[in-house]
Design a protein around this ligand. Structure first.
Ligand SMILES: Nc1nc2c(ncn2[C@@H]2O[C@H](COP(=O)(O)OP(=O)(O)OP(=O)(O)O)[C@@H](O)[C@H]2O)c(=O)[nH]1
Ligand SMILES: [Mg+2]
Length: 388
């Protein structure tokens, strides 16, 4: 018995084809090559830039963690990019945290200058700041001239700026209402750009960090949105739907590659496409740091099971798909395999994030080892049904 009992279902001739497939997919250098390419893919991704402002101790780092719903900002982890502005280490977003200003007219003028120069430089260098979050501490109970000036100046530059009243659990409702109306009356800020935040999850806020996340997402250029969403542990249904829609594009491209029927031994033509697809999915769900997990997937993809089982089973199972006699993969098979692999990987990533959020038990490695192949196959078959 081999490790895969479904092997017994294949004829001699088919097994020969499978053997070819395996040889191709097991090139040792392949996993390493993919890993390098994957890293380059992540490095080259367009990333959103967010500048966080506000007084010292206003709760800027805490706000960042609340919006991304994970420990993105850890104290002391910032890398100084310029005097007074740190960048948090993150593969998917640029988060610039300005060290809060101290009180006093001179300090505040310096702060305004620092911010304006920073924005200007990034604009000139072609990596503009996309969105600004301006924190004002609610229990601090005061809005200073710098807050008023900065919010209006950013607005006049056309920079999306959100004002966030932070630490609202430490202030009275009247205090919060007073601060909000002062900000709205003295700046050009629109009321839909006014938010509140708290670490007390018992307090329901009509415009809290969930809404700030959505507001920010919707103000990003399309190209920088995917990685921003990937960095945030939330918005799962939308991420999944986004993946679904691009999977269809990959399937169509694969269909095109297979349209001039390719012999199974040349099916490796599909690999770069599938790898790019998997990279895109990995970014959406931020499984980038999971080198080992990706390694498991690759071992699956490259050396054994997915490659040969999916392809070989499809050879058998898709009726009328050119019959694949003589080991030919045609467009339908290429499209279905690609779709199935993407769909199964997306499912696993979704379950992983869900378990991180609700504390439920899901082992991604086990999923990849034990269920991934069957699911990819099932999804590939459903793709064929779907197209009927
Ligand atoms: N009660 C309460 N405390 C908060 C809240 N947000 C932040 N804090 C606390 O306020 C303090 C400052 O929060 P940080 O997020 O570090 O503020 P910061 O603006 O990044 O501070 P600096 O980087 O030092 O300027 C910390 O002790 C936080 O735990 C909140 O919503 N409620
Ligand atoms: Mg901080």
């Amino acid at each position: 018995m081999t490790e895969n009992s479904s092997d017994t279902e294949f004829s001699e001739e088919e097994r020969e084809q499978i053997g070819d497939f395996e040889t191709l997919y097991s090139k040792d250098e392949f996993a390493g090559k993919f890993w390098t390419e994957f890293k380059d893919f992540v490095t080259g991704l367009p990333k959103a830039s967010i500048l966080v402002m506000g007084g010292s101790g206003a709760g800027k780092s805490t706000l960042v963690n609340l919006v991304f719903n994970s420990e993105v900002a850890r104290s002391g982890e910032g890398r100084p990019v310029t005097q007074g502005i740190d960048e948090y280490q993150n593969d998917l977003v640029h988060i610039y945290d300005s060290q809060g200003y101290e009180f006093g007219a001179e300090n505040q003028r310096e702060y305004e200058k620092l911010i304006m120069e920073f924005l200007d430089r990034h604009e000139r260098e072609g990596n503009p700041v996309d969105v600004c979050w301006y924190c004002i501490s609610a229990p601090g109970a005061r809005v200073v001239e710098t807050d008023i000036n900065m919010i209006s100046r950013l607005n006049s530059l056309g920079k999306p700026v959100a004002a966030v009243l932070t630490q609202v659990d430490q202030a009275t409702e009247d205090q919060c209402a007073g601060l909000k109306s002062e900000i709205l009356s003295r700046t050009t800020l629109r009321s839909d750009a006014m938010f509140e935040s708290t670490t007390d999850f018992g307090i329901a806020l009509p415009r809290g960090t969930d809404e700030l996340y959505e507001w920010t997402r919707d103000r990003l250029p399309e190209s920088r949105r995917a990685s921003f969403m990937g960095a945030a542990r939330r918005d799962m249904d939308r991420k999944s739907a986004d993946v679904d829609s691009f999977l269809l594009k990959y399937a169509a491209t694969a269909f095109g590659i297979g349209a001039a029927p390719i012999p199974v031994p040349s099916a490796a033509a599909l690999i770069p496409l599938q790898m790019k697809m998997l990279s895109e999915i990995a970014v959406r769900w931020n499984v980038l740091s999971m080198e080992q997990t990706m390694g498991t997937l690759l071992t699956q993809m490259v050396t054994t099971t997915v490659g040969r089982t999916v392809a070989a089973s499809l050879l058998k199972l898709i009726p009328g798909a050119g019959q694949l006699v003589g080991g030919i993969i045609n467009g339908s098979v290429a499209g279905a395999v690609t779709y199935g692999v993407g769909k199964a990987f997306n499912y696993g990533c979704y379950q992983l994030q869900k378990s991180q959020l609700d504390g439920s038990n899901f082992n991604f490695d086990d999923f990849l080892k034990n269920e991934f192949v069957q699911m990819a196959l099932k999804m590939a078959m459903s793709f064929k049904d779907k197209k009927k």
